[in-house]
Design a protein around this ligand. Structure first.
Ligand SMILES: Nc1nc2c(ncn2[C@@H]2O[C@H](COP(=O)(O)OP(=O)(O)OP(=O)(O)O)[C@@H](O)[C@H]2O)c(=O)[nH]1
Ligand SMILES: [Mg+2]
Length: 488
């Protein structure tokens, strides 16, 4: 039988709190005054509980800001490491989007070689040569004074056969532009300029926006059945640039390994192997028709950040208490630095990335400023910032693998860092020297005493980065002395 709901008269609670029958006016006044007092006490308790809850909530949150002086410092790569460690499923689900970025990176590397070839051709034909554009290299004023290696008809044929790669780049750009996205999506996805006029620029993303879903939408829009369930890649898509890349693989390998091309790149001081998003040494694998990017590929793939990217995850510490983590990645371009300040108030720790390998490079925005010097200046500004005196500062002296390779290839550190003098041109010597420089600034410019935490990193190496981030997050969560961040 359905239950009949109680009327107000029958409700025991209403009965209990109802004013007594035959209440005199004086008794009524006293009752109301007592009720008022009770309410005030109750409100006070509520307020206290709310404040406590808020404080607990705040205490449960840990915010980390990734900062670096220059673009290419490795901030987004560090963020990817956080994702890989703490949200592996989401990381895996994005492989399809990263496949597209790897393809763009390959096409871009080949285009840099084409530009170098054009420069050489211009020199023979007596035209004033145009410096090949690459954001990650500093053109030398002397580079056109020497004679560039002579290209043969065979080289030019190779270039012609590879011209479909330019279409690959263009078609991938188009995936991010109006023809495939609605007007609002176009703005929110990337702000990518039209391909024809801007192919030389680097692709970038307003990373607070869902660019990956734009790719996924495209990737899964055709034959649903042929989409790989794990990675969201449509291998049967006739438009797939992977087919063109696959057809061009042999010629790309020939071009990249050609001794004249190598000499040309060397003469123009282009070290493609050190440029971000370099995959030319793995062309066989990354141009395979069923290529799926590995974790390492995703970490190596290059996509510039122009907005603020945030990664959230929940992490249990050893005592099984859950903490909400937020890691913020802000673009490193100089023009974006004004956007950093609002994060300073709220962040518990800053991971500051200073790439050591850029000692011989200048800023894209200002070719008169050396990148390493810019890192040092920004480090000084961060260390002395009053808002950050209680923030943990963790220094990643990054791109150690590239520093090693550069020194081994004969590039002299002291040519760029004059104060290094005639000390040995070794990784051990140069890295220790730079660590000391950063440590000295830290000691001199911190207004409150604090510990100097520093790591030599290659954040594209997931294994070593995993250990550093795992230990660091545990220690930061405990707010215990974070000795594991420390390199003695
Ligand atoms: N070899 C090597 N490559 C690295 C390392 N750190 C980053 N990279 C590569 O350098 C490129 C730039 O790294 P990002 O993480 O995109 O740099 P960023 O600091 O986010 O740069 P912006 O977004 O422009 O501010 C990417 O292709 C990375 O794979 C490293 O330690 N070693
Ligand atoms: Mg970035």
């Amino acid at each position: 039988m359905p239950r009949r709901s109680l009327t107000e008269d029958e409700d025991p609670l209403s009965k209990l709190i109802a004013p007594p029958p035959n209440e005199s006016p004086a008794e009524r006044e006293q009752r109301i005054s007592e009720e008022k007092k009770a309410k005030e006490i109750s409100d006070g308790i509520d307020e206290e509980l709310n404040a406590q809850r808020l404080a607990e909530k705040k205490e449960n949150k840990i915010s980390v800001l990734l900062l670096g002086a220059s673009t290419f410092a490795g901030k987004s790569t560090t963020l990817k490491n956080f994702q890989l460690i703490n949200s592996p499923k989401a990381f895996k689900a994005e492989r399809g989007s990263w496949r597209t970025i790897v393809q763009l990176n390959i096409a871009r590397s080949i285009r840099i070689i084409f530009d170098a070839m054009t420069t050489a051709q211009q020199q023979y034909s007596g035209l004033s040569p145009v410096s090949p554009i690459s954001e990650d290299r500093s053109p030398s004023p002397l580079e056109f004074e020497q004679e560039l290696p002579m290209l043969t008809a065979e080289h030019l044929k190779l270039k012609m056969r590879l011209s479909p790669l330019l279409q690959v780049e263009e078609s991938l750009w188009r995936r991010l532009s109006p023809s495939t996205a609605t007007a609002t999506q176009q703005v929110s996805v990337t702000n990518v300029p039209p391909p024809s006029s801007n192919l030389k620029k680097e692709i970038y993303v307003q990373s607070a926006t869902p660019w990956k879903s734009a790719f996924s939408r495209f990737l899964s829009s055709s034959n649903r059945e042929s989409v790989d369930s794990d990675d969201g890649i449509d291998f049967d898509d006739p438009q797939d640039p992977g087919v063109i890349l696959n057809n061009c693989a042999e010629d790309m390998i020939k071009l990249w390994h050609d001794p004249t091309i190598k000499a040309l790149l060397q003469a123009l001081r282009i070290r493609l192997e050190d440029t971000p998003g370099f995959f030319l040494d793995e062309l066989d694998r990354v141009t395979a028709l069923k290529y799926v990017p590995s974790d390492d590929d995703i970490l190596k793939a290059r996509l510039k950040t122009m907005g603020v990217s945030e990664h959230r995850f929940v992490l249990k510490t050893g005592n099984m208490m859950s903490r909400d983590w937020r890691v913020f990645d802000v673009g490193g371009a100089r023009s974006l630095r004004a956007a950093w300040a609002p994060f300073f108030d709220a962040c518990d720790a800053i991971i500051f990335l200073a790439p050591l390998s850029c000692f011989d490079q200048s800023l894209v925005e200002d070719p008169s400023v050396n990148r390493l010097e810019d890192s040092i200046l920004l480090w000084r500004a961060i260390v002395s910032n009053q808002l950050l005196q209680t923030t943990e500062l963790i220094l990643f002296l990054n791109k150690c693998d590239i520093l090693k390779a550069k020194l081994e290839s004969g590039i002299r550190f002291s040519k760029w860092v004059i104060s290094y003098g005639d000390r040995p041109n070794t990784f051990e010597g140069t890295s220790r020297y730079m660590k000391k420089k950063f440590a000295t600034i830290f000691k001199q410019h911190s207004t409150t005493p604090r510990t100097f935490y520093c790591h030599f990193t290659s954040v594209t190496d997931t294994h070593s980065t995993f250990t550093i981030l795992e230990n660091g997050t545990q220690n930061l969560a405990y707010k215990a002395p974070i000795d594991n961040w420390l390199v003695q």
